[in-house]
Ligand binder design. Structure first.
Ligand code: PLP
Length: 396
């Protein structure tokens, strides 16, 4: 018999009851160090006082109006976001998938309005993840996402990861844009090298294409910059954000330059809940914290420390960890000889929550507020888990 909740997820029986800072507590009171952040969402940790207050204050005043009215907190959030990136305008939705949908529509509308309606195709990279809408799964092109959902929307050309020659070869008269995650998340925590990001910008300029960066997982401070593309010094035309932008409140955004968004006029796009007063209040509270002097520097410092400690862990377990990947507080260890899920389950048992990523990678996306003690605690647990598997293999 089908479960009341549609069974689209493999759910762990553990249910969390509350969260505080870096820790989650299950219904039995057991404590877990959160290195998952609900898939990179809880950037300020759990029950952050600024966010809780913003939610409670706004909750007591006004939740939702409609986008036919002015939403001052939305204007304020958009202004603050564009002041801190290459975009000039923002569309708010409720999720990453919606932000991606807006980005794809924008690429098509841009060329359409320039008299080039045939330039609708978008080049993406293998092992990418762009959400679960039909367009999102078509954009990523992975069989595990698309199988059974055909026919898929037309217009995506997937090239191998980080292969500039393949990108160039894929460009044709119908190409309108390129969309990449500066650091792939689901695909196995793979940063696109700075030189590749720069080459993509040059290619887009040469061919009149729009460059869209999917920052839904790697953006909002996770790498130590507000957006991960900033490390490469380029300016994208379109940026998608979600997850951390709402600190746990469902919020997504598609940010764009004035030129890229030139076709997005009244009536071209919308979302009933997108950018409602409740979401905007929390979004502004997240940004209050993230833009505080020293916050992003703290993320960068903790990121370097985490990667240093993971490199040391790799030395200690060089037979198991083949690679340490990532940037800032988006990190992964590749352990091909043990099923990733087994490692994650053992860590959960020991009171730490990491996540699975593709390519046999244990993924770590801790809240950005962590300190050295949390990194030490995580390393001790990882060390214990890897030692356990090593001993288990030796015994068998
Ligand atoms: C890079 C990237 N793009 C898009 C999405 C889709 O976001 P959502 O699940 O909020 O629709 C995700 C979610 O994991 C993501 O990591």
């Amino acid at each position: 018999m089908i479960t009341p909740l549609m069974p689209t997820y493999a759910r762990n029986p553990i249910a969390f009851e509350r969260g505080e800072g870096m820790y989650l507590y299950d219904t039995n009171g057991k404590q877990y160090l959160d290195f998952y952040s609900g898939i990179g969402v809880m950037c300020m940790g759990h029950s952050h006082p600024t966010l809780v207050k913003a939610l409670q204050d706004q909750g007591a005043k006004l939740w939702h109006t409609a986008n036919g009215f002015t939403i001052p907190e939305g204007e304020r959030l958009a202004e603050r976001l564009i002041a801190n990136c290459s975009a000039d305008t923002v569309f708010f939705g409720n999720s990453g998938a919606e932000a991606i949908e807006c980005a794809i529509k924008m690429v098509r509308k841009y060329h359409h309005d320039k008299g080039n309606a045939g330039k609708y195709r978008i080049i993406t990279m293998a092992s990418a993840f762009h959400g679960r809408t039909l367009a999102g799964i078509a954009a990523a092109g992975q069989e595990k996402l698309t199988k059974g959902f055909e026919p898929l929307p037309e217009g995506f050309d997937v090239v191998p990861f980080n292969d500039i020659d393949a990108v160039k070869a894929a460009i044709g008269p119908e190409t309108g844009g390129i969309m990449v995650e500066p650091v792939q998340g689901e695909g196995g925590i793979r940063p696109i090298p700075v030189e590749t990001m720069q080459a993509l910008r040059t290619i887009c300029d040469e061919h009149g294409l729009l460059l869209a960066v999917d920052e839904i997982q790697c953006g909002m401070g996770r790498t130590g910059k507000l957006f991960a593309y900033e490390w490469s010094g380029i300016e994208p035309d379109i940026i998608t954000a979600a997850k951390g932008i709402g600190g746990g409140f469902p919020l997504g955004a598609c940010l764009a330059t004035e030129e890229a968004a030139s076709g997005m006029i009244v009536g071209t796009h919308g979302s009933t809940y997108g950018g409602n007063p409740l979401a905007m209040a929390v979004g502004n509270a997240v940004l209050d914290e993230m833009l505080k002097p020293g916050f992003l520097e703290h993320v960068e410092e903790m990121g370097s420390m985490l990667h240093g400690r993971l490199a040391a862990l790799q030395q200690r377990h060089s037979d198991l960890i083949t690679e340490v990947r990532g940037q800032g507080l988006m990190a992964g260890i590749r352990v091909p000889s043990i099923p990733t899920r087994d490692i994650v389950l053992d860590l959960i048992d020991r009171g730490m929550c990491p996540a699975v990523a593709g390519d046999m990678v244990v993924r770590m996306l801790p809240p950005l507020i962590l300190n050295e003690d949390h990194i030490d605690e995580a390393m001790n647990k990882l060390d214990a888990t890897l030692t356990y598997f090593k001993e288990k293999t030796a015994d068998s």
